[in-house]
Design a protein around this ligand. Structure first.
Ligand code: AHR
Length: 363
């Protein structure tokens, strides 16, 4: 599967181009050092996101119409979409913060706690506060149009990470960096079907609706089941908003109306934890009576995989800091930043989960 590695610590890096970086001399991807700081990249460079592919066309500051600037002297705004009680969000925010600090860049930031109007306000506040460049982890695909229009009107470049927004690259935003969500879901389908021996009734806990991550993770799973596993029936498919408490509640209801469910696909780890609580509360044993697969690669869920409570966990690496700032450097070079940059993710199974925990590949 493109860009997904099942060997802990291994990373696929292809198609990397070193930007003709004129503003910050730290810049080929794969964690190249900034000569000015001499410090290692955030996270020691070991687990940071690594590019596995890119799709153009590229976008440079000249093409976008942004004034040239020295990133080291710029104010960068970071808009986080969801609560850092989710380890994915906490790690993502930390990675952006650490890398800005390492590079000596002034960073201002806001967290919208899953509230789209709030994220619009956050972005516009940061523009008013003097943000010259924006990194946005969007809550959904359509709802941030007012804030993105405000940035565009001021020729402020916006780089999106982990989720996409609708619109045109190099006009409404400069580019996107994130995982292959369709591929992740297909791997999860293979894992679950394999654990069920190709037979069983499956429930799907979906992420928040209205974004590409939940859509692709639903479509990828359903496509793979339909194409390869005629004995697997998806008997329930419901959103639990990427949230643990909601995951527990939704799973309780699903188990009441479908007591014969033998498999669960949770579209992120926090919902998987909620589902496991519900399975136990129903007097069943996760890993035995009900097989669970999820997506994210958090420490708690990879430990569940190692302990046999979960079947597998497909990583979504949130450590965007180094690659995000390298991408901004590319934007301010004649080469420009690609419209889409895909990253490689781990695939944690019973064969490698214990090693991954030992190696510190999890978050
Ligand atoms: O957009 C990435 C997804 O959003 C992560 O899988 C999830 O944990 C988060 O809320």
């Amino acid at each position: 599967m493109v860009g997904i590695s099942s060997r802990p610590g291994r990373r696929t890096v292809v198609g990397l181009t070193c930007a003709a970086v004129v503003l910050l001399a730290s810049g080929c991807a794969k964690g190249v050092e900034s000569p000015s700081s001499g410090a290692p990249p955030a996270g020691g460079g070991k687990q940071e996101v690594a590019q596995s592919g890119e799709r153009g066309p590229n976008c440079s500051s000249a093409q976008y119409g942004a004034p040239m600037l020295d990133l080291t002297k710029a104010t960068v705004g970071f808009s986080q979409s969801e609560s850092t009680s989710n380890p994915f969000r906490a790690t993502e925010t930390q990675s952006i913060t650490d890398e800005a600090k390492r590079l000596g860049i002034k960073l201002i930031q806001r967290n919208a706690n899953a509230n789209v109007p709030q994220q619009n306000t956050d972005i516009q506040d940061m523009i008013a506060q003097g943000a010259q460049v924006l990194i946005v982890a969007p809550e959904n695909s359509d709802g941030l149009a007012p804030a993105f229009a405000a940035a565009k009107a001021k020729h402020i470049p916006v780089l999106t990470i982990d989720r996409t927004v609708n619109g045109t690259a190099c006009s409404d935003f400069i580019g996107f960096i994130g995982s292959d969500f369709l591929g992740q879901a297909k791997i999860a389908a293979d894992d679950l079907a394999g654990a069920l021996g190709g037979q069983g009734n499956v429930a799907v806990l979906q992420g928040t609706s209205g974004n590409n991550v939940a859509t692709d993770r639903t479509n990828g799973f359903n496509q793979q089941i339909a194409a390869k596993y005629p004995g697997i029936k998806v008997v329930a498919q419901q959103t639990a908003n990427f949230d643990q408490a909601t995951g527990q509640k939704v799973m309780e209801q699903i188990l009441q109306s479908n007591p014969d469910v033998t498999g669960v696909y949770a579209q992120n780890d926090t919902m998987a934890l909620g589902a496991i609580q519900a399975i136990r509360a129903a007097g069943k044993t996760p890993g035995k009576d009900v097989k669970v697969v999820a997506i994210d690669g958090t420490e708690q869920c990879v430990r569940n995989v190692a302990d046999g409570v979960m079947v597998a966990d497909v990583e979504t690496n949130p450590r965007f800091g180094p690659l995000a700032f390298q991408s901004l450097q590319r934007f301010y070079s004649p080469e420009g930043v690609p419209g889409t940059v895909l990253i490689s993710d781990h695939h944690f199974t019973s064969a490698n989960a214990a090693d991954a925990l030992k190696n510190g590949d999890v978050y």
